[in-house]
Design a protein around this ligand. Sequence first.
Ligand code: ADP
Ligand code: MG
Length: 318
Amino acid sequence: MGEFELIRRFFTRPVRRAALGVGDDCALLAPAPGMQLAVSSDMLVEGRHFFADVDPKRLGHKALAVNLSDLAACGARPLAFTLALSLPRADAAWAGAFAQGLLALADAHQCELVGGDTTQGPLNICITVFGEVPAGQALLRSGARAGDDIYVSGSLGDARLALEALQGKLQLPPATLAAARLRLEMPQPRVALGQALRGIASSALDLSDGLLGDLGHILAQSGVGACIDTRLSSPLLAAGGDFDSELVRQCTLAGGDDYELCFTAAPERRGQVAAAAHASGTPVTHIGSVQAQAGLRLLGSEGQELVQRYASFDHFST
Ligand code: ADP
Ligand code: MG
């Protein structure tokens, strides 16, 4: 199977929302009047972001999910995406499974594959996603104000727990490992919540490198500080009662690969935040507050201040 046969069989689909899809030199997108395009790219590299033997269907899902998560963080509605793929060989079984996972998530969000590039080389997947958001209403990292509440969606730490187990650093019961692994390999982007938070959240971002590091981006770009309650634990981490509390904190505060949203909103908007969470079917937890004083302060189980020593993920510092 050659390059064009591979594209034709697995990556060519009719489009409805885009004006032109796969097959010409450019795709054509037609955002609705009054909308801005929200654009983001994320690359997944074998050995860096996923293990070589990961299920290709799950990999297809995750490659798009991490991109949709960026749209969610901005409150944008998904529209279309391009797929740049470097593959060691044209393996039909692999490409078919990858496309299945990818396109199932794309269909669930009505996000159309409109183009890309295919080349031979080490396994590497780069997706660029396009969404639309009413002009001026995108959620940004720069809008947090002293006094705002800080929230996270869903739960944190499960992906990191799975990674630790897959790397042989800890043992998990089979059912716990399977559940944690699902969170690592098939994150569910919080697209509905992001859109529901437009006009309510003062700032937002998605959590890919760990809560504390990512929240640090909101604080830096908004010129504020924060205080966070660290008594957070995902149901999985809480259920595995004998997890060391330090491990739970490490996974939760600096785990990475969560793809949950972290956002801020003024206290008078608590009712609206709850309504947005309910309407989008996404639990949210109030975890702290924005303060004028710079820096991030962590409160432990007795309300005492903890020493901050949870580094977030950085590709060039490890
Ligand atoms: P060009 O030579 O102009 O770069 P290509 O020959 O690489 O175009 O690709 C032909 C068509 O197939 C283009 O419309 C391109 O967007 C699309 N395409 C290539 N690879 C992919 C892919 N992995 N997924 C979706 N569309 C693809
Ligand atoms: Mg090309």
